[in-house]
Each structure stands twice: as structure tokens, then as C-alpha cells.
Design a protein around this ligand. Structure first.
Ligand SMILES: NC(=O)c1ccc[n+]([C@@H]2O[C@H](COP(=O)([O-])OP(=O)(O)OC[C@H]3O[C@@H](n4cnc5c(N)ncnc54)[C@H](O)[C@@H]3O)[C@@H](O)[C@H]2O)c1
Length: 360
């Protein structure tokens, strides 16, 4: 385990612990960021990505681990927030030995941090990491794991969208609404199914021809649009970004005709201030980290011994949490993203404080 070499100062970001890990033989360079353990062990995935620099990797892990603390708090989990990055090209350097070396570093934290999948890491990788550590989720079903987390991510997004629809139109349904989905990947595909079942009209776009082919074959009633910019500017009631981050930015928000935004993509707001721009245009934004928590709820359930029905019940509660946040936002006259942050901080402070009650 190494020492800080970056110019960034984690002390100024409020993180509890940031650990640099290196194993020269396998080429492993990883950073594990623990933002908060106020609610329990920190849970968050491992991103395996060819960052341009160590500074970029550190900035990402600091940002992502903080986000996980807020997401886990609002998901009602007894888990804190953490995240890890492995700096390198997974296509070039991912190996059994590298993943197992990483697993040993995770183990060395004694359960303060649980890992899971993220960009560049997959369920089979978690099975390899698990050969060195107990503190790993998102394992395969054969190993008692939760498997593909996009199933409950999509279910949770649908629940958050229902709550947003109720807030705007009075009924918790998408029936008769036109919903635009960008990104027909793992989550987008399941979401389209829920929307169609609910009676929504779906418009979708994807940059991958295979994803479009999937839609043509499985849901011919879905209208496909050439690119995301056209979809955003089209006559839709709800916009569901399910591709990459930054979907809500200075170009898209002024063009957006939807009254509601609720989607799976992480970090949808391109920069701070966008939430205000959305509110000023009368667009209700259901914060991404609230509505896309179904995946973390699914993998967190593994810690107790995975039970799909129990996890689904928890993910269904995203409907209630979204409602509560939208009501709080109205009551306090702030955008929903600000209300969500306040609610998460309140839970971390109130429940986290209980640990100061000494147990004999
Ligand atoms: N999978 C999960 O459990 C989970 C959980 C929480 C959040 N998320 C987030 O949800 C988003 C989608 O996740 P996923 O697992 O479905 O990923 P994925 O990679 O399976 O799917 C993303 C899809 O978006 C498409 N895409 C990329 N750029 C696009 C663009 N400019 N316009 C239209 N489509 C574009 C891709 O072709 C792909 O089909 C990501 O931002 C992810 O971080 C996923």
C-alpha cells in the first residue's frame, strides 16, 4: 500500500480514507476511496479505466466514492460510500493475478470497504477477486451472488419515474405519456419493457446498431430516432438518459421539451447550476443517484445472502423516496437535487450519530 503522490488533498474533500495500492509484477495501480462509513461499511464498485493521469484517477475516485455515500444513504442501506479505480486499460492488463492482487488489498481493509462491478469490471471479475477477499458483491449466481444488477436498476428507475409523473400529472403511471430513452444498453432495455407494460409510448436512440436492431426485433412499436440530440428536442413528456453521464448540459437543457427527467445514467448533470436551469424551465429532475439505486440495492443484498424478492421490494421503495424528495424540494423551495442531498446528509448525521451511544 502506497502513500499519496498526488497534488490533490483528500482532507479537503471530507473523505475518511484514501488508499493507494500497487503491485508492480501484475501492473496493478489502484486507488480505494472511502468517503464515509457513518452508516456502515463503504460499498461501491471498482472502475477499471485507462485514465490519462494519476490525478484524473484520484479525482474520479474521490468524486465517485462521495456519490456512493449519498446514494447508499438514500437507498436506506446500512452502508457507507466508497469506490475504487484501477488505473490502466483493462483490455491490456486485466489478468487473474492482477484482480487477485487487488482482492488482497480490499481484504486488507478488514471490511471497511466492499467492492462490486463498475465500468470495465464484470461479474466474472468479482468471482476472481472473491478468491482473495470476503468483501466483494456483484458475484455470479453460481457463487451465491446477485448477478446482473441492471435488472433492479431499471426497476428502480421506473419507480422513480412513476413518482415524478405523479408529482407533475397527478397519477403514478406513465400510461399515455411519451417517454424518450437514450441508451438501449443493459438498463435501457429492461426500462423500455417496464414502460411499454405500463402503457407508455416509447421513443429511443442508441449509437450502437445492435441495440437498435434489438429494439426493432423485440419492440417494433418503439419509435427509433437517429441521435440523442433529436430525441431531446422532440415532443416527449419524459426524458430518460440511460447512456453516459453529462446528458443534461448547456445544450440539451434549453432544447428539452420534456416535463420530467428520470433515467439511469450516473452524473447526468454536466456541472453544478444545471439543476437550477432545469427548475427554471419547469422541468422536474428526479436525481440520478436516487432513481438508479436499484443496482446497488441488488448487490448490497448479497451481504445478507441474496434474495431477489427482498431486493426487489427494497428497489420498489425508490418510488417512496423520490416522492419524499420531490415534496421536500417543494416545501423548502429548492431543486430536487438539493433536497436529495439534504435528506442523505440528514440520514448520515442522524443514524451515524447513534454509534456514539456506547454499547457494553
Ligand atoms: N447497470 C447498472 O446496474 C447501473 C446502475 C446504476 C447506474 N448505471 C448507469 O446507467 C447507464 C447505463 O448503464 P448500462 O449498464 O445500461 O450500460 P451499457 O453500456 O450496457 O449501455 C449503455 C448504452 O448507451 C449507448 N450509448 C452510448 N452513447 C450514446 C449516445 N450518445 N446516445 C445514445 N446511446 C448511447 C450504448 O451504445 C449502450 O447501448 C450508465 O451511465 C451507468 O453508469 C447502471
Amino acid at each position: 500500500m502506497g502513500v499519496f503522490t498526488s497534488t490533490d488533498d483528500p482532507g479537503s474533500t471530507g473523505h475518511e480514507q484514501v488508499v493507494f495500492c500497487q503491485d508492480k509484477q501484475t501492473g496493478l495501480k489502484a486507488i480505494i476511496g472511502i468517503y464515509s462509513t457513518a452508516l456502515g461499511p463503504a460499498l461501491g464498485g471498482t472502475r477499471f479505466y485507462p485514465y490519462d493521469s494519476e490525478e484524473a484517477a484520484l479525482a474520479d475516485v474521490l468524486d465517485l466514492s462521495r456519490g456512493m455515500a449519498y446514494k447508499n444513504a438514500l437507498a436506506g442501506l446500512d452502508l457507507g460510500g466508497g469506490k475504487a479505480v484501477i488505473w490502466g486499460d483493462p483490455e491490456q492488463i486485466k489478468s487473474e493475478a492482477l484482480l487477485r492482487a487487488y482482492g488482497r488489498f480490499v481484504e486488507s481493509l478488514g471490511g471497511r470497504y466492499y467492492t462490486a462491478c463498475d465500468v470495465g469490471t464484470y461479474v466474472p471479475d468479482m468471482d476472481v477477486i472473491a478468491r482473495e477477499t470476503r468483501y466483494v458483491t456483484g458475484r455470479s449466481v453460481e457463487h451465491g451472488g446477485a448477478g446482473d444488477s441492471s435488472i433492479l436498476t431499471a426497476w428502480g428507475v421506473f419507480q422513480g419515474m412513476r413518482a415524478a409523473a405523479e408529482h407533475v400529472w397527478g397519477e403514478p403511471t406513465l400510461r399515455g405519456r411519451r417517454v424518450g430513452v437514450t441508451g438501449l444498453g443493459k438498463v435501457g432495455k429492461y426500462l423500455v419493457g417496464h414502460l411499454l407494460d405500463d402503457g407508455a409510448e416509447v421513443v429511443a436512440s442508441d449509437v450502437n446498431p445492435r441495440a437498435l436492431e434489438w429494439a426493432r426485433t423485440n419492440h417494433p412499436q418503439v419509435t427509433l430516432v437517429d441521435d440523442a440530440a433529436l430525441l431531446v428536442a422532440s415532443d416527449i413528456d419524459v426524458y430518460a438518459p440511460c447512456a453516459l453521464g453529462g446528458a443534461l448540459n448547456d445544450e440539451t437543457v434549453p432544447a428539452l421539451r420534456a416535463k420530467v427527467v428520470a433515467g439511469a445514467a450516473n452524473n447526468q448533470l454536466a456541472h453544478s447550476g444545471i439543476e437550477k436551469l432545469l427548475a427554471d424551465r419547469g422541468i422536474l429532475y428526479a436525481p440520478d443517484y436516487v432513481v438508479n439505486a436499484g443496482g446497488v440495492i441488488q448487490v448490497a443484498d448479497e451481504i445478507e445472502g441474496f434474495n431477489f424478492e427482498r431486493a426487489k421490494l427494497r428497489a420498489t421503495r425508490i418510488y417512496d423516496t423520490t416522492r419524499e424528495i420531490l415534496e421536500l424540494a417543494d416545501a423548502e423551495g429548492v431543486p430536487p437535487a438539493v433536497a436529495a442531498d439534504r435528506l442523505a446528509e440528514r440520514r448520515m448525521a442522524e443514524v451515524g450519530r447513534l454509534r456514539t451511544i456506547h454499547l457494553p
